[in-house]
Design a protein around this ligand. Structure first.
Ligand code: CTP
Ligand code: MG
Length: 387
C-alpha cells in the first residue's frame, strides 16, 4: 500500500488587526522565533507531512521566507491568499492539487503538539474530516450587559486547528459553499456540505494568538519558569546467531546480534522510553506498534528522532541522558566515545550531555549467560512550566 500524500496548508495571510503590534501577528517574535517559524517547524517535524503550503499576503514572500527560517526534510511553497480566511484556504487548496489528505492550520496557533497530528490522521482512517476541540469548562451564559440564560455546556466545545480532511471532500465543501456568513473554520463548511466531522482531543498549547495579551502569555509560557522532568526506560532483546548487532545507533561487529521487530537496538529503545517517560507520552510500543509492518527492520534512530521532535514541539530541551548497557559481551568500552557522538547527533545535543555506561552481571542471569542484552536509560528534560 502506498502512503497517502498529506499536505499541510498553513494560513498566514491575515492582517492580525486584533493583535495590534504594527506587523501582522504571524511575523511577530515569541521566544526569539517568529510565530510563522514556530508553526512551520511544528508541522515539518511530523514524519507524515512532506509538503507545507504557506498562504501569505500579497508581496510577503521575502518576509515569509525569512520568518519561516531554514527547514529541512519538507518542501515549502508559498501562495498568495485572499481577503478572507476562506479565500486564503481556497488558494491553498488549489496549490495542494494531488494531495490525498490535507491539514489546514492557522499560523496563529504556532505551538502544535505532534500528538494532535497523530490523532487527526488516525481519525481520517475512519472519517472524511476531523477537528481538534477542547471542552468548555466555565459556566456559559448569554448576556447583554445583564445576565441571561445559562447555556448547557455539555457537548459544547471550543474548536481549534489543524483540521484534517480528505482532499476531495474539503474541495467539494469549498466549491459548493453558499453560506450567508463568512466561516471561521473549514470543518463547519464540510458539515454544511452534509459530511461528518470527527471531534478529537485538542491541546491548550493550540490556543490562538488573537489579542495582545495572548502574546505576553505565550512569551511567558515559553521563556519563563521551566520544570525539570526525569524519565526512565528499560529494554531487553534476545541475542541470536545470524543477526546484526546494533547498539546506540551503531553496528557493532560480534558473533551474535539482537533479534526483534526493528533493528532491536536495545540501548536506543531504552533511551526513547526514557524520553517518552519524561514527557508522560506513553511508551515506544504505543508510538511504534510492533504489529505495524512499517517498523519491521526499521532503524531505531527514527524512533529517537520522533522522541526528540516531541520534546521540541513542546518547547522543551534534553538536558542530559544516561544509558547503561548490561551484557557480558561485546565489550562496550572500545565503542563508548563513538556511541556518545552518535547519540548526541541523534538528539541534537552536545556529547558532554550524553553518558554511555556498561556493566556485566557477574555471569548471573540471562545477560550473564549471553542470552540477551538489557539496557537502562534516564533522560532529563527541561520543559516550559504548565504541562
Ligand atoms: N487568515 C488568512 N487570510 C485571511 C484571514 C486570515 O490566511 N484573509 C489566517 C490568519 O493569518 C490566521 C488564521 O487565518 O493565521 C486565523 O485568523 P485570525 O486569527 O482571524 O487572524 P487575522 O485575520 O490575521 O486576525 P484579525 O482577525 O484580528 O485581523
Ligand atoms: Mg481574522
Amino acid at each position: 500500500m502506498t502512503r497517502p500524500h498529506i499536505v499541510a496548508i498553513l494560513l498566514a495571510a491575515g492582517q492580525g488587526t486584533r493583535a495590534g503590534g504594527g506587523v501582522p501577528k504571524q511575523y511577530r517574535t515569541i521566544a526569539g522565533k517568529s510565530v510563522l517559524g514556530h508553526a512551520v517547524g511544528a508541522l515539518a517535524q511530523h514524519p507524515a507531512i512532506k509538503r507545507i503550503i504557506v498562504v501569505i499576503g500579497e508581496g510577503q514572500e521575502i518576509d515569509a521566507k525569512a520568518a519561516a527560517g531554514n527547514i529541512t526534510g519538507v518542501s515549502l511553497d508559498y501562495v498568495t491568499g485572499g481577503a478572507t480566511r476562506r479565500e486564503s484556504v481556497h488558494a491553498g487548496l488549489r496549490a495542494a492539487e494531488g494531495a490525498d489528505m490535507v491539514l489546514i492550520h492557522d499560523s496563529a496557533r504556532p505551538f502544535l503538539p505532534s500528538s494532535v497530528i497523530d490523532r487527526l490522521l488516525a481519525a481520517l482512517q475512519v472519517y472524511d474530516a476531523a477537528t481538534p476541540v477542547l471542552p468548555v469548562v466555565d459556566t456559559m451564559v448569554r448576556g447583554n450587559d445583564i445576565l441571561g440564560d445559562v447555556v448547557d455546556r455539555d457537548h459544547l466545545y471550543r474548536v481549534q486547528t489543524p483540521q484534517a480532511f480528505r482532499y476531495a471532500i474539503i474541495v467539494e465543501a469549498h466549491d459548493n459553499w453558499s453560506g450567508a456568513n463568512e466561516p471561521t473554520d473549514d470543518a463547519q463548511m464540510v458539515r454544511a456540505a452534509g459530511r461528518e466531522v470527527a471531534l478529537i482531543d485538542g491541546d491548550i498549547m493550540l490556543e490562538k494568538l488573537t489579542v495582545p495579551a495572548d502574546f505576553v502569555q505565550a512569551e511567558h509560557r515559553l521563556t519563563s519558569a521551566r520544570s525539570t522532568r526525569v524519565g526512565m526506560g528499560y529494554d531487553v532483546h534476545r541475542l541470536v546467531a545470524d543477526e546484526e548487532l546494533w547498539l546506540c545507533g551503531m553496528q557493532i561487529q560480534h558473533d551474535k546480534g539482537l533479534s526483534g521487530h526493528s533493528d532491536a537496538d536495545v540501548a536506543l529503545h531504552a533511551l526513547v522510553d526514557a524520553i517518552l517517560g519524561a514527557l508522560a507520552e506513553g511508551d515506544i510500543g504505543s508510538h511504534f506498534p510492533p504489529s505495524d509492518p512499517q517498523w519491521r527492520g526499521a532503524a531505531s534512530s527514527r524512533f529517537v528522532e520522533h522522541a526528540r521532535a516531541l520534546v521540541e514541539a513542546r518547547g522543551g530541551t534534553i538536558a542530559h541522558v544516561d544509558v547503561t548497557i548490561i551484557c557480558e559481551a561485546p565489550k562496550i568500552g572500545p565503542h563508548r566515545s563513538a556511541m556518545r557522538v552518535r547519540v548526541s547527533e541523534l538528539l541534537g545535543i552536545d556529547p558532554r550531555r550524553v553518558s554511555i555506561k556498561a556493566t556485566t552481571t557477574e555471569r548471573l542471569g540471562f545477560a550473564g549467560r549471553g542470552e540477551g542484552i538489557a539496557a537502562q536509560a534516564v533522560a532529563t528534560l527541561s520543559l516550559p512550566e504548565g504541562f
